[in-house]
Write a protein that binds this ligand. Structure first.
Ligand code: HEC
Ligand code: HEC
Length: 355
C-alpha cells in the first residue's frame, strides 16, 4: 500500500515535468511572430529582473500614451498631470525598429533605414527591443553621469525614471505609470522575424529541445544576433581646421538629417525658441556660424548639446553612434547649398514624416 502511494506521489510530482518536455519537443509552430524571449525562456535562460510574464493590455495602452503624449487616464479615471512640459519621449526616441542590422549600431545604415521606413533620426535609441537589452545608459553616458546612471545601467525601470526626470526634464513617474511604460515596452519586444533567420537557423531553433547539452551555446548564438546594449561614444565637435578632407559630402543625406533630425524638434516652438525653417534666412544663419565656438554652431550643438534656456528644453548631444562626423559634413554641405542657391531644394516628402 505504502509503495503504491509512493509511486502515485512520484508520478504526480513528475507529471508537470513530463508535460513540459512533451510540449517543448514540438516547436514546429514557432514562427516569425514568436518573441525572442519565449525561445530564450524555453532554452532555460533566466528571465531578467524587468520580466513581465503576461501582458496587461490596459497598462500597455496607458504606457503608450505616456510615451507619446506625456498624459494618460489614471486608475481613478481622471487624466494624469503632464509628465513634462518640455518634451514627449518620442522627441528623442523612435518606437519602431530603426537599424537594418541589429548586431551593430551604425548611424549611416540607420539613416538609410530611416529614409526607407519614414522614421526620424534621433539622439536616443529606439524603444523597440529595449526590453531585450541587458544594460542601459552605456559607454560615455555611464562615465558622464556616473552616480545617477550607475543604477539605471543595470535596471530598466530605473532607466525609465532617470530619463523621465533628467532627459525629459519632467516629473517623476508614479509606480503604476512606470509599470505601464514597462508594459508598453514589452509590447515592443523583439520577435524572431527581426533576426532575419536563415533556413538553417530556423532548423537550429526548432530542434533545440533535442539538443539538451548544447542549450547554452544556442542561447549565446541567439543573443549574438542582436545588440545587448546600445553603445555610446561622445566626441568633440568638428572644427574647420581639421586638415585636408577627401570626403565628398552627400546632399541628399544632409537633407534627410536636416528634416528627420533637426526639424523634428526645431520646426515648432514646443521644445525650443530656436525655430529652423526651409528658408534662405535660416540656412544663411546656420551657414555663417557652423564652426565650433560660434553661437548657433551646428557642429557644437550636435556634439556638445545645448543647455536649456528659461522656459525651454535643452538639446541632447549626439554620440558618434547616433550621428557620424561624415553625416555632419553632409548636413553642413546641405546647409551651405541651401544658403547659396535659389530656388531652395524642397523638403518633401521627408517633411510629412516628422509630424
Ligand atoms: C530630450 C531627449 C530625450 C527625451 C525627451 C527622453 N529621452 Fe530617454 N534617452 C535620451 C538619451 C539621449 C538617452 C541615452 C541612451 C540612448 O538611448 O542611447 C536616453 C535613454 C533612455 C533609456 C535607456 C535606453 C538605452 O538603451 O540605453 C530609457 C529607458 C529612456 N531613455 C526612456 C525614456 C522615457 C520613458 C522618456 C519619456 C518619459 C524619455 N526617455 C524621454 C534622450 C531622451
Ligand atoms: C530633441 C530635440 C532636438 C533635436 C533633435 C535637435 N535640436 Fe537643436 N536644440 C534643441 C533645443 C531644445 C535647443 C535649445 C534652444 C532653446 O533654448 O530654445 C536647441 C539648440 C540648438 C542650437 C543652438 C541655438 C542657440 O541658441 O545657440 C543649434 C545651432 C541647434 N539646436 C541645431 C540643431 C541641429 C543642426 C539639429 C539637427 C542635427 C538639431 N539642433 C536637433 C532641440 C533639438
Amino acid at each position: 500500500m505504502k509503495q503504491h502511494l509512493f509511486i502515485l506521489i512520484l508520478v504526480f510530482c513528475l507529471s508537470p515535468l513530463l508535460a513540459n518536455v512533451a510540449l517543448t519537443e514540438t516547436r514546429d509552430d514557432w514562427n516569425n511572430s514568436i518573441p525572442v524571449y519565449q525561445v530564450l525562456k524555453a532554452l532555460g535562460d533566466p528571465m531578467p529582473a524587468h520580466y513581465l510574464p503576461y501582458r496587461d493590455n490596459q497598462a500597455v495602452k496607458q504606457g503608450e500614451e505616456i510615451v507619446k503624449y506625456g498624459v494618460t487616464t489614471g486608475p481613478d479615471g481622471t487624466s494624469t498631470p503632464l509628465q513634462s512640459r518640455y518634451f514627449a519621449c518620442t522627441d528623442c526616441h523612435n518606437l519602431r525598429r530603426e537599424d537594418p542590422n541589429l548586431e551593430i549600431s551604425n548611424p549611416e545604415n540607420r539613416l538609410d533605414y530611416a529614409i526607407q521606413n519614414k522614421l526620424r533620426f534621433l539622439p536616443g535609441t529606439t524603444f523597440y527591443g529595449i526590453v531585450n537589452r541587458t544594460t542601459w545608459y552605456n559607454g560615455d553616458y555611464l562615465k558622464k553621469y556616473e552616480n545617477s546612471a550607475a543604477k539605471a545601467n543595470k535596471n530598466l525601470v530605473k532607466a525609465i525614471q532617470l530619463c523621465a526626470t533628467q532627459c525629459a526634464m519632467g516629473r517623476k513617474l508614479d509606480d503604476w505609470e512606470l509599470k505601464a511604460v514597462l508594459e508598453y515596452f514589452w509590447s515592443l519586444e523583439l520577435k524572431l522575424k527581426d533576426l532575419h533567420l536563415s533556413e538553417a537557423d530556423w532548423k537550429k531553433i526548432k530542434l533545440t529541445p533535442l539538443r539538451h547539452n548544447n542549450k547554452q551555446g544556442l542561447i549565446s548564438w541567439l543573443k549574438g544576433l542582436y545588440l545587448q546594449a546600445s553603445p555610446a561614444t561622445f566626441s568633440k565637435p568638428l572644427t574647420h581646421i581639421s586638415g585636408p578632407d577627401t570626403y565628398v559630402p552627400n546632399l541628399e543625406n544632409g537633407k534627410a538629417i536636416y528634416v528627420l533630425s533637426c526639424l523634428s524638434c526645431h520646426q515648432s516652438s514646443r521644445t525650443t525658441s530656436f525655430i529652423l525653417a526651409n528658408s534662405a534666412v535660416t540656412y544663411q544663419l546656420l551657414n555663417d556660424h557652423t564652426d565650433f565656438g560660434a553661437n548657433f554652431s551646428v557642429y557644437n550643438a550636435i556634439r556638445n548639446g545645448i543647455k536649456a534656456s528659461p522656459g525651454k528644453g535643452y538639446m541632447p548631444n549626439f554620440p558618434l553612434q547616433r550621428m557620424s562626423n561624415n553625416q555632419m559634413k553632409d548636413l553642413r554641405a546641405f546647409i551651405t547649398y541651401q544658403a547659396t542657391h535659389d530656388p531652395l531644394l524642397a523638403l518633401e516628402p521627408l517633411l510629412d514624416w516628422i509630424h
